[in-house]
Design a protein around this ligand. Structure first.
Ligand SMILES: Cc1cc2nc3c(=O)[nH]c(=O)nc-3n(C[C@H](O)[C@H](O)[C@H](O)COP(=O)(O)OP(=O)(O)OC[C@H]3O[C@@H](n4cnc5c(N)ncnc54)[C@H](O)[C@@H]3O)c2cc1C
Length: 407
């Protein structure tokens, strides 16, 4: 079956009327919804079949991400499934509270969802708005005809439109196509594991309701985060893992991971071991190397542009990757609404690059404190209360969380 978006001849000096969106994660469905709002017909092409990615650890959508989702009518769907998260509480491994970060009540309420569910929610919203989301289409290449762009998929089908938007994540094939010299993701020295524990009715809550607080623990050997609303508990752990050995990660069994986590948190104060007691293999996401892309030099070429992690992946420590992906998706659509293709891509990158690279750099600094040695950890725990009270305030983070898009 061939999927083709009908297109009239359209040079780069014209405005786009049709778009192919590669990737149905966060950026893809949001871009398609925003393009549609901008009067541009878009289709989403996703490599995986539905239902294959519904598991995941907790993903927090910040106010700026929810503001972007609101512009495409997807904020309510996401919030409906999320755990409201107005507060983050930071603890040391000895149980001392190092600081509390309250969300700005004037901004949309921060929410935490399962990382696997977010794509499903956004795809469903796109489909409800009439955007076709085609699954099982792995993008392999594209040809710029001078008048249009033709995408090629692994099932030998093609699709054609005025522009192609690469929303295919941190290992983007679209990025490699527009710049074969593009950097590869940078490993942070940490691996991430996690999941969502659902309450089974007869057993009561796995861990107490955290009352909207996402608790983060700088343990002696590893970092732990958890939030629970009494029926679900989202948790994650970041373990320092200096030399990335993907074979070791793949070969490590579920039981071995749980044992490693138990050892890592054995000497810390907090609910880590109690939460691990409730983890099951079905609700467990095995270790992923945590990566980022501090600087992707080429964001667009000809009729093709990148959005989301494909262009600007931040490590999870920022809690901003999905929010920035949603922002970029809407901003690109806005530029394509107002400007001819070439100018739109330039304006989009000019408006986004400094902001996203600043977030990525800040997250990289946080990663260092998660992997601190014993001496650095003592300094961190001693100094953090002072820095948190001075700098972790709504005013100081307004540049990040208060960002709004003037649609
Ligand atoms: C452990 C972890 C925790 C995180 N926690 C948070 C958090 O709390 N808050 C936050 O904001 N962010 C968080 N992030 C980051 C966030 O998940 C990403 O920034 C966000 O998902 C980026 O969206 P995206 O659409 O650009 O990419 P993705 O969500 O990765 O979506 C890319 C999509 O493209 C598809 N695809 C890939 N290749 C192809 C191809 N060739 N053809 C077709 N389709 C393709 C993929 O299947 C996928 O569906 C976390 C990330 C990790 C790894």
């Amino acid at each position: 079956m061939r999927h083709t978006v009908a297109t009239m001849t359209n040079p780069l000096l014209s405005k786009a009327r049709t778009a192919l969106v590669i990737g149905g994660g966060v950026a893809g469905p949001v871009a398609a919804l925003a393009l549609r709002k901008a009067g541009i017909d878009a289709q989403v092409f996703e490599a995986y079949r539905p239902g294959t990615g519904s598991r995941g650890g907790p993903l927090t959508l910040a106010a700026n991400g929810l503001n972007a989702l609101r512009l495409v009518g997807a904020d309510v769907d996401v919030a409906a499934e999320g755990i409201p998260t107005p507060r983050m509480v930071i603890h040391s491994g000895s149980g001392k509270v190092l600081g509390t970060v309250e969300s700005d009540p004037a901004l949309p309420a921060v929410t935490t969802v399962s990382r696997g569910r977010i794509a499903e929610i956004l795809q469903a919203r796109a489909e409800a708005e009439g955007v076709p989301v085609v699954h099982g289409k792995r993008f392999e290449g594209a040809v710029d005809t001078g008048r249009s762009v033709i995408a090629q998929f692994d099932d030998h089908t093609t699709a054609e439109a005025d522009v192609l938007i690469g929303c295919d994540g941190i290992r983007s094939a679209v990025r490699r196509l527009i710049d074969p010299a593009a950097p590869e993701p940078r490993y942070t020295g940490l691996i991430g594991l996690g999941g969502f524990i659902e309450r089974r009715s007869t057993e009561g809550p796995a861990v107490p309701d955290t009352g909207g607080a996402f608790h983060m623990v700088f343990g002696r050997r590893a970092f732990f985060g958890h939030i629970g609303d009494g029926t679900r508990t989202g948790w994650f752990a970041n373990l320092p893992y200096k030399r990335l050995d993907r074979d070791d990660l793949r070969a490590t069994t579920y039981e071995q991971w749980i044992a490693r986590l138990r050892t890592a948190f054995a000497d810390d104060t907090g609910p880590m071991l109690r939460i691990l007691d409730h983890v099951t293999p079905e609700a467990f996401i095995p270790a992923l190397p945590l990566e980022d892309l501090p600087h992707v030099p080429v964001w667009s070429r000809g009729r093709i542009a990148l959005v989301g992690d494909a262009a600007h992946a931040t490590s999870p420590s920022s809690g901003q990757g999905a929010s920035l992906a949603a922002e970029s998706a809407v901003e690109l659509a806005r530029s394509l609404r107002d400007l001819p293709i070439a100018e739109a891509f330039t304006a989009y990158e000019r408006g986004r690059r400094a902001r996203v690279e600043r977030v990525i750099a800040e997250a990289a600094r946080t990663n260092q404190s998660k992997a601190a040695g014993p001496l650095a950890a003592r300094f961190r725990d001693a100094l953090m209360p002072f820095f948190m009270s001075r700098f972790a305030t709504p005013e100081r983070s307004a540049w990040q969380h208060g960002y709004t898009i003037d649609w």
